[in-house]
Design a protein around this ligand. Structure first.
Ligand code: HEC
Ligand code: HEC
Ligand code: HEC
Ligand code: HEC
Ligand code: HEC
Ligand code: HEC
Length: 261
């Protein structure tokens, strides 16, 4: 049954492809080899398996016109939370405001020389045709980011926890760049990725509550996150500083228990 349904979808896709996309892309001067490549990426993607095909993104739902280069709005009908959160963070806010997309050339943080003109969109981290999330979670970030903290990630204890290569998506034990900066949140009855890359940075300890606390004690997490050197090393070793608050709480408890005696 599933294979028959799947064959039908593939057939439908080819029809859309030959009747709609091929003529229009020929007009837009897209080489045959690029189309083949796109088709191949799509065929093994989560989208092909869930019957999301070329026309789901490349056809305007109202006018039925072909859209050669869809934007994030083509994802909205199925991924509203991803689109909304993306637009609210540093990565997407320029798009929300109707300005040109963010590029590394605009940054004050250190960026890769080779990435200066890359435009930020859903397609930058996920190839929109393969929608790979493992590649998006670390390697995509390092196409652009070039500061010491980011560069230290791959040698950090977190990066050693599991081997991500070959996995279709980061699993629950993994700690990727995205685990900390695009955390998974409970939205209704689903777990979705919060694409607002500014959200857990402000205030800084929001990351403790939303991320670290899932695996570490609160004290370990606070002591780590407010230690600038440890952040720069991307959490290369256990925290050495002790937050004063925890010491004060402990002193108070000691005092109380000695009074109670
Ligand atoms: C999940 C949505 C989605 C699906 C499914 C999808 N595309 Fe795309 N496609 C996009 C987006 C978004 C872009 C624009 C990428 C960018 O910003 O450059 C794009 C770009 C393209 C381009 C390149 C346009 C250019 O100027 O470089 C071609 C060609 C294309 N798609 C063909 C296809 C074909 C053929 C299929 C089906 C096998 C398909 N797409 C399925 C979203 C999709
Ligand atoms: C017609 C509905 C639909 C549209 C439009 C759509 N998607 Fe999807 N997408 C799905 C479904 C269904 C899944 C599989 C179930 C899930 O993971 O939510 C999925 C999964 C994904 C995944 C996760 C893949 C994985 O391996 O876990 C990503 C990333 C994604 N889509 C990105 C996009 C982007 C980017 C766009 C727009 C360019 C888009 N989608 C447009 C329905 C859609
Ligand atoms: C900065 C890189 C980046 C950008 C830009 C980005 N994503 Fe993602 N996205 C990721 C990563 C990484 C994951 C997987 C994280 C995880 O599972 O821990 C993900 C997961 C997803 C998922 C699957 C989980 C879920 O919440 O359903 C969808 C769907 C998705 N992205 C859609 C989009 C859409 C739509 C856009 C554009 C509005 C977009 N993404 C832009 C990095 C990005
Ligand atoms: C196309 C290049 C590009 C990619 C890919 C990219 N970023 Fe960024 N990111 C930027 C730029 C540009 C800024 C703005 C920096 C500035 O203003 O100095 C930024 C800002 C940030 C910030 C700071 C947010 C703030 O509010 O200060 C974080 C955190 C971040 N990115 C994390 C990530 C992570 C994690 C990934 C991968 C999942 C990623 N980025 C992928 C280009 C990129
Ligand atoms: C264990 C969690 C964790 C991991 C993993 C992690 N980061 Fe960070 N990141 C942080 C914390 C905490 C900060 C400091 C936030 C602050 O200064 O307010 C930070 C800061 C940043 C900033 C600077 C934001 C600014 O405005 O100064 C960028 C960019 C960034 N991280 C990107 C990345 C990238 C790219 C990766 C993966 C290669 C990564 N991070 C991995 C927790 C993490
Ligand atoms: C998915 C679980 C998970 C999350 C989320 C996570 N960590 Fe970790 N972290 C680990 C594991 C497992 C290790 C131990 C690696 C080892 O022993 O080699 C580790 C190691 C560390 C270390 C260094 C070595 C040590 O044992 O103390 C620091 C510091 C650290 N984490 C801080 C953080 C901070 C801060 C956050 C949140 C921003 C965070 N972690 C989020 C699982 C996680």
């Amino acid at each position: 049954m599933r294979t028959r349904g799947y064959r039908l979808i593939v057939l439908l896709c080819f029809m859309v492809y030959f009747c709609l996309i091929a003529p229009a892309t020929a007009a837009a001067n897209i080489p045959e080899t690029q189309l083949d490549e796109i088709n191949q990426l799509w065929q093994t993607s989560a989208h092909a398996l869930t019957e999301v095909n070329c026309s789901s993104c490349h056809q305007d739902p109202e006018t039925k016109q072909l859209v050669v280069k869809p934007t994030q709005e083509s994802c909205r009908s199925c991924h509203e939370y991803a689109v909304d959160t993306f637009l609210l963070g540093k990565h997407g806010i320029r798009t929300l405001e109707g300005l040109s997309s963010l590029t590394p050339a605009m940054a004050h943080l250190p960026m890769k020389e080779s990435a200066m003109d890359l435009q930020m969109s859903c397609n930058t981290c996920h190839d929109v045709h393969s929608v790979n999330t493992s590649q998006a979670a670390v390697d995509s970030c390092l196409m652009c980011h070039n500061d010491t903290h980011s560069l230290n990630y791959k040698s950090s204890p977190h990066a050693q926890i599991i081997d991500m290569s070959g996995l279709p998506r980061p699993n629950q034990e993994a700690v990727t760049c995205a685990t900390c900066h695009l955390p998974r949140e409970k939205v209704g009855s689903s777990i979705l990725v919060n694409h607002n890359n500014t959200y857990v940075l402000k205030p800084r300890d929001r990351m403790v509550k939303d991320v670290c606390k899932n695996c570490h004690g609160v004290e370990h997490a606070y002591n780590s996150i407010f230690d600038d050197q440890l952040v720069e090393s991307n959490f290369a070793q256990p925290p050495t500083q002790k937050m004063q608050t925890f010491q004060l709480v402990r002193d108070l408890e000691k005092k109380r228990s000695s009074k109670a005696k």
